[in-house]
Design a protein around this ligand. Structure first.
Ligand SMILES: *[C@@H]1O[C@H](CO)[C@@H](O)[C@H](O)[C@H]1NC(C)=O
Ligand SMILES: *[C@@H]1O[C@H](CO)[C@@H](O)[C@H](O)[C@H]1NC(C)=O
Ligand SMILES: *[C@@H]1O[C@H](CO)[C@@H](O)[C@H](O)[C@H]1NC(C)=O
Ligand SMILES: *[C@@H]1O[C@H](CO)[C@@H](O)[C@H](O)[C@H]1NC(C)=O
Ligand SMILES: *[C@@H]1O[C@H](CO)[C@@H](O)[C@H](O)[C@H]1NC(C)=O
Ligand SMILES: *[C@@H]1O[C@H](CO)[C@@H](O)[C@H](O)[C@H]1NC(C)=O
Length: 500
């Protein structure tokens, strides 16, 4: 072989190595920074001078005026301009859990993640400031959805929907209690005074949720339905809140509440809703509506290897077996490109939430030197990490289209996300008010969005690994806060352990 060939061969070898490395690993640190930054783009209210996503401006500064309560702040849930407390509180709980479990791996992002969390908890302190009342939502969703408007221009009714002792909403109240309790643990060492306020409010709101039981489906009705109806009842949120309150206080009465009530969730019947299909038992569900798998994983940490492990560890194991690709009792499907799918829209929400639980449970199993079996297949903790990693990598671009589903991450990512603020020109370049339907031309436009909503993870591709980069299909192209929140934890883990 002459020198020329050898150097070509060496060069090819080098290129091959770079390709392999490039494919095998992502810049999880970069993805994490963006994943956290996204929350600034969803902020409602008066933006602070530290705001980094500067194309966004103050919005909804009179929220709460209709009920005489200051409700300025909080997060828009997705690509619209409504503040839905139910998914917003789940988002907050998951941000808190991400920080609790993986905060030590976050580096400088831990501070930003705490800020993102506080933006949620500050709002929930306002939304629960009147005893016996909880703000379930701000904004009239039908009017809002009929417009394509920047939050800064919003002129649709900012109706405040309130649940109270005679018109209760146990799911939304209990999820807020869970969020406040989980967050109180995060802030314990950072701001102990704030942490105490959160915890005190959490227990007060939990008591309200438990004492006056009922679904906000009925109380708020068309205010929340069909957007965030509570499909699976409120028992899961009450137990979930009690579990977080136990973790925050170590008070046995909360653990007793969990143990005494967990049987309500055991044999949930199969049913189909527009959003989700609860197949073969609710132990397999985890998202803004269903907390079941989260409860079992969270409690497993406390009872593993004790006589009190049942049904928590048994159901957490069953959950894992409902997810792993090789499991004989799998209840999810995988695309040929390897992405996990569950029924219902916005599939990435399942991908990030399931991956989060896989990682967390893997750590708990490792701590107790346990493994598990799915049928006759042995499953090690490291297998759970592997599956979570394939999911994270898929979303970041290791997929048949070589497309990152996180805006601003990688070379190829969604440019036409279903998001009002991102798709319309910023106030900076277009200060003139854009009225309700005047925004439609931007919705229909074939051009990329004006503003990068950096870090936003969209609903994602279809089961054939195909993705249309258009605003029309919200199920594929809309980001939501509850897609990103668990992914903050997932990315923190892989930032610390990129080659598990
Ligand atoms: C609860 O809210 C409903 C609907 O707004 C209202 O009619 C009812 O009087 C309220 N109950 C209490 C105890 O404030
Ligand atoms: C809430 O409403 C949805 C849609 O109408 C329904 O499927 C669900 O059963 C209701 N949930 C509760 C807890 O009433
Ligand atoms: C749930 O179903 C299992 C199996 O059918 C049964 O053994 C168990 O008693 C049921 N639990 C409750 C609380 O109904
Ligand atoms: C927990 O139980 C497993 C068996 O299921 C055992 O191998 C392990 O050593 C136990 N761990 C602790 C910390 O007791
Ligand atoms: C919209 O996206 C969903 C989820 O990927 C897909 O199942 C559906 O076919 C898409 N609809 C259209 C009209 O493209
Ligand atoms: C993309 O859009 C085309 C045309 O509307 C449609 O036929 C196709 O099903 C869409 N693909 C996906 C993945 O939604």
């Amino acid at each position: 072989m002459n020198g020329k060939y050898r150097s070509i061969q060496m060069l090819l070898g080098l290129v091959g190595m770079i390709l392999v490395v490039g494919v095998a690993s992502h810049d999880y640190g970069d993805a994490l920074s963006k994943c956290v930054l996204f929350f600034e783009g969803q902020r409602s209210g008066k933006l602070p001078s530290t705001q980094r996503m500067t194309w966004r401006k103050d919005s909804a500064l009179r929220d709460g005026a209709d009920v005489g309560v200051d409700l300025v702040g909080g997060y828009y849930d997705a690509g619209d301009n409504i503040k839905f407390s139910f998914p917003m509180s789940f988002t907050t709980t998951m941000l808190a859990w991400s920080i609790l479990e993986f905060g030590s791996h976050m580096g400088p992002e831990q501070k930003n993640a705490q800020e993102a969390l506080k933006w949620g908890t500050d709002y929930f302190l306002k939304a629960t400031s009147v005893p016996g009342k909880v703000i379930a939502q701000v904004g009239e969703p039908n009017a809002d959805h009929n417009c394509w408007e920047r939050p800064e221009d919003m002129d649709t009714p900012r109706t405040s929907y309130v649940v109270n002792t005679t018109n209760p909403g146990s799911e939304v109240s209990a999820e807020i209690a869970a969020a406040l309790a989980a967050s109180s643990i995060v802030f314990k060492s950072v701001n102990s005074q704030y942490s105490k306020i959160l915890l005190q409010r959490a227990s007060q709101v939990f008591q309200f949720a438990d004492q006056y039981q009922g679904s906000y489906n009925t109380s708020v009705g068309s205010g929340v339905c069909p957007y965030y109806c509570d499909f699976d009842g409120y028992m899961d949120e009450l137990i979930w809140a009690a579990a977080w309150l136990f973790k925050a206080t170590n008070r046995q009465s909360y653990m007793k509440y969990v143990v005494d009530n967990i049987h309500y969730l055991e044999n949930s019947t199969m049913r189909q809703s527009k959003e989700a299909l609860f197949v073969g038992g609710s132990f397999a569900e985890f998202g803004w509506d269903a907390k079941h798998a989260g409860i079992n994983v969270l409690i497993s940490r406390l009872v593993m290897n004790t006589s009190k492990s049942d049904p928590f560890v048994r159901h957490a194991d069953k959950f894992i077996c409902s997810v792993l690709p090789e499991s004989p009792t799998k209840l999810v499907t995988y695309s040929s490109g390897g992405l996990l799918f569950k029924p219902g829209g916005s599939n990435s929400q399942h991908v990030t939430a399931m991956s989060f639980l896989l990682l967390v449970y893997s750590r708990y199993l490792t701590r107790f030197h346990r493994s598990l079996e799915c049928g006759n297949i042995a499953v090690t903790p490291s297998r759970l990490i592997q599956v979570a990693k394939t999911q994270a990598d898929y979303l970041l671009g290791s997929n048949p289209l070589s497309m990152s589903y996180m805006v601003g991450y990688g070379r190829k990512f969604p440019r036409r996300i279903h998001h009002r603020g991102s798709s319309l020109p910023s106030i900076d370049t277009h200060p003139k008010h854009v009225k309700c339907l005047e925004g439609s031309i931007f919705f229909k436009s074939k051009y990329p969005n004006f503003n990068l909503l950096t870090g936003a993870i969209v609903g994602g591709p279809d089961i054939n690994d195909q993705y249309n980069d258009t605003r029309i299909n919200w199920s594929q192209s809309e980001p939501t806060t509850y897609i990103n929140a668990p992914f903050v934890g997932v990315l923190s883990y892989f930032k610390a352990y990129p080659h598990p």
